[in-house]
Each structure stands twice: as C-alpha cells, then as structure tokens.
Design a protein. Structure first.
Length: 118
C-alpha cells in the first residue's frame, strides 16, 4: 500500500505497485487507470490488463464483464476500511502514521475474514 498526494492521480504510482507484485494473469482496474504505458507494463510482466477504455478513446479494449465484476472485491475492501474512523478522516498529519493506521485496519479486516472462513 502506498500513499500519494491528495491531488495526484493513482495511475502515476500504479507502475511502482505493479513492479512490487509477483506476476499475475490478469490485472483488473477501473477507467481511471486507462493509460497505454500502464497497459504495456502489465503486458511486459506477462499479464493482461482488464481496464475498460475511457469514453473518448478510439481504440477500445475488450474487457470480459465477468472478470471486471471481480473489481467489486476491492471496492468492498475500501468501504470496510472507511468504517475505521481514524482511517476515514485522516487525523494523522504524518504520512507514515496514516499508513500505519491503514495497515492495522487492513490487518484487522483480514483477521476477521480468516476467522469467519471454515
């Protein structure tokens, strides 16, 4: 997990996140991550980019709807993360403290998930 400036686009830091991950078959993201350099980076790592193209782009990529629906897992995770007041309102002034709170909240969400699975 990385923290960016409030006005920075997420796709500017996405290459750093992708380079730190093991190769995956598919990467699913929303239209905000639609950029050809990012798609090329995903292809170089051996995966396929399942990112729908923005409306004004002429060359549209085909994204399987059943795979794109899996993106809701990430959306649900961030909704759960926002249930932690300190993480949602960002009381911490230092980025490292805020990142620590996000890591602790993420760990708690993961532990709840592990406890509830048989």
């Amino acid at each position: 997990m990385l923290i960016t400036e409030g006005k920075a686009s997420d796709k500017t830091i996405a290459p750093q996140l992708i380079e730190g991950l093991p190769p995956a078959k598919a990467l699913v993201a929303d239209k905000g991550y639609d950029s050809w350099p990012l798609v090329a980076l995903i292809a170089r790592t051996g995966g396929s980019a399942n990112i729908p193209t923005r409306r004004h782009v002429k060359n549209k990529r085909v994204v399987p709807p059943e795979l794109y629906r899996e993106r809701n897992r990430i959306e649900r995770f961030f909704c759960r993360l926002k249930q932690f007041r300190r993480a949602a309102t960002r009381f911490d002034k230092l980025a490292r403290n805020y990142l620590a709170i996000l890591n602790l909240a993420s760990l708690r969400i993961w532990l709840r998930h592990v406890e509830s699975t048989p």
